[in-house]
Design a protein around this ligand. Structure first.
Ligand code: CU
Length: 128
């Protein structure tokens, strides 16, 4: 019985090591411009910086307008924008087709890295 303990312990260690290396491969949002919850003048582009290189063909984002000054209960409205990679393989760039009107916005992103698991998240910002 006691003789099996070291084996179980080493199997557990191997499992934990594997789990942490897999988790490490998932892209995490490191920073964004505008920053989450920032209030800014209309940005010409929104840049998301991730912790891993992205597979651009599987990654993407939606830009949604969530509020307008003086308008209660603004339904989330998708805003036309072009999503692309960048020279930096860890970055995603969202370029609105037209200048963003004052209001609140949310970027729903989907990032896929080498392990192919899609990770999603969002940031929000306000255009003054
Ligand atoms: Cu994964």
């Amino acid at each position: 019985m006691h003789a099996r303990r070291p084996l179980i312990r080493s199997m557990l260690a191997a499992t934990l090591a594997l789990a942490s290396s897999v988790a490490f491969a998932h892209p995490k949002l490191v920073s964004s411009t505008p920053a989450d919850k920032a209030e800014v003048i209309a940005p010409q582009k929104i840049e998301l910086q991730f912790s891993e290189n992205l597979l651009t063909q599987f990654s993407g984002a939606n830009l949604v307008m969530t509020g307008m000054p003086g308008m209660a209960d603004h339904a989330p409205m998708k805003v036309a924008a072009k999503v692309s990679g960048s020279d930096d393989p860890k970055a995603m760039v969202i370029t609105p087709v037209r200048a963003l009107a004052p209001g609140s916005y949310r970027v729903d992103w989907r990032a896929v890295s080498s392990d192919t698991h899609p990770i999603t998240g969002n940031i929000a910002f306000t255009v003054k």
